[in-house]
Design a protein. Sequence first.
Length: 219
Amino acid sequence: MVSIVDLFLKILIAYFLGSLLGSLIIGKLKGGVDIRQQGSGNAGGTNALRTQGWQFALWVMMIDIGKGWLAVFIATLQLPGIVQPINEWTAVACAMAVIAGHVFPVWFGFRGGKGAATLVGVVAGLAPTVLPYALGVWLLVLMVFGFVGLATMLSMLSLNFWIVYFHVMPQFRLLVFSTAMTVFVIYTHRTNIARMRVGKENRANRLWLFRPRNPKTTS
C-alpha cells in the first residue's frame, strides 16, 4: 500500500481524536453539563473555567492538550500493513486535523472550542523548544491587556518568529503549519475581535496587571 493511505488514515484518526472535546466529556461525567449552553457558549477551557471552576477546567485542558500531542505522536507510528516510508508532511497534516476536529467535532454536532489548548499540545509535539517562548508571549499579552483571545492570537503569531529565530527544523513545514494556524486561530476568535472592538470583551482580571481598582466587569 502506498504512503498516501498512511497519510489519510492518520489524518482521519487525528480528526476523530480532536473531536473528543474535554469540556463535553467531563461535562457528561459531571451529570450532563454542556458548557456550550453557558457563559460564552464556547466549548473550550476558558469558558469551562468561567462557568465550572478551575478543577473542571484543569481536566478539560489536560484532555485537549493531551490529544494535540497524541495526534502528532500517532503521525510518527508505522501502521500495520503500511510498507511505504512515512510521508514527511504527515505530522503537520495530523496537527491540523486534530485542531479541525476540536473546532468542528463530528461527535458533538460540529460545535467545538477555538483550538487554543489543542494547539499547545500540537506545538509540544512538533516544536517543543519554542513552546515556552510562545507561552511567554501569551502570558505577557494577557498581563498587559487582560484579553485571553488577544493573547492567544498574538502568541500564535509569535510562533512564526520563534521557528525562524531558533532555526527549528523542518522549518518550511513548520512555517506552513504556524502560518495556517495563525489565520485559523484569528478566524475562530472573530467574535472575540468583534467584542473587543465595541468594548464588550471580558478580561481575565486576576492576571490583568493594569485593571482598574474597582473594575465594572469581571471575567
